[in-house]
Design a protein around this ligand. Structure first.
Ligand SMILES: C[S@@+](CC[C@H](N)C(=O)[O-])C[C@H]1O[C@@H](n2cnc3c(N)ncnc32)[C@H](O)[C@@H]1O
Length: 267
């Protein structure tokens, strides 16, 4: 892993530099139509055309479609405000080791990933994993390769009923797609008797960010209309206990960093 400066990452070659500076207009509205177009009809519909046997093969195809060698390509990653250049393989190993260690710590009989896509994490992390995703094409891929995934929409209260008793809920970069997390926490509350822990690896606006890179991260989230309030909604609720909170713990994309948030409903 080679340490690099912010200028190595954010310069003329990175389209985000001019977007963040306001030189190139960019503003998304992240409603369900955006998710339908970006994920269901584009990314997952294109993957569904392939007939692979494992989620790992679909993930490799995703990297190829993004113009990157699945293992040897080089990427920028971050820890806190430090940026590094490393191989795709190394970056993914660090990220999945982190997820695995936290899920081991907060394990339950069942582990449910909400917003699981076609189930890459479900295949990689364990047999007692199940999940749901908005995209019908992602779910078709997951079911085709034998994973326990189904259609699930964060905005639909009844969809949360598939959560099994004695579950840990896990999310990674899917609540990022929901600008206001209030609906998710309210819907999870209705299933709270079945849930032991909730473990998020999610980007969100962090009001306390004060460095140049931190402020650019908040701006990036705002322009993409990614989640704005997961941490503040959790902190505002007296019925919730936050067990772990580490912001910018890792960035597979240094502007779109992952925050670790572990919480539970108080008894
Ligand atoms: C960046 S992908 C992450 C997928 C998966 N967690 C992973 O790590 O491979 C974001 C996912 O969120 C899903 N998503 C977006 N909006 C959703 C919603 N309203 N309900 C459920 N899933 C949603 C998308 O379909 C997509 O699969």
């Amino acid at each position: 892993m080679t340490p690099v400066s912010i200028n190595d990452y954010l310069n003329k070659e990175n389209p985000w530099t001019s977007r963040l500076l306001g030189l190139t207009p960019f503003q998304k509205k992240r409603d369900i139509q955006q998710v339908e177009n970006e994920y269901n009809l584009d990314k997952y519909a294109r993957l569904l055309e392939f007939d692979f046997k494992t989620a790992a093969e679909y993930k490799a195809k995703e990297f190829e479609q993004a113009g990157m060698h699945p293992t040897e390509g080089l990427v920028f990653i971050s820890k806190g405000d430090e940026i590094f250049k490393t191989s795709v393989e190394k970056a993914r190993t660090i990220y999945y080791d982190l997820i695995q260690s936290k899920l081991n710590k907060y394990a339950s009989e069942n582990i449910c990933e909400l917003g699981c896509g076609y189930g890459y994490n479900i295949e990689a992390l364990g047999k007692n994993f199940y999940g749901g995703d908005y995209s019908s094409n992602a779910v078709k891929i997951g079911q085709k390769i034998g994973l326990d995934v189904r259609e699930f929409n964060y905005y639909t209260e009844n969809d949360y009923e598939f959560i099994k008793p004695n579950s840990t809920i896990f999310t990674t970069h899917s609540i990022e797609q929901i600008p206001d997390a209030t609906v998710i926490i309210n819907n999870l509350e209705k299933q709270k008797n079945k849930i032991n822990y909730i473990v998020h690896f999610e980007p969100t606006i962090v009001n306390e960010r004060s460095t140049m890179l931190g402020l650019l991260r908040n701006k990036y989230l705002e322009l993409n209309d990614y989640n704005r309030n997961l941490i503040s909604v959790l902190k505002s609720r007296p019925d919730i206990e936050i067990l772990e909170l580490e912001t910018d713990i890792f960035g597979l994309v240094p502007l779109n960093t992952t925050n670790l948030i572990v919480w539970k409903f108080k008894n």
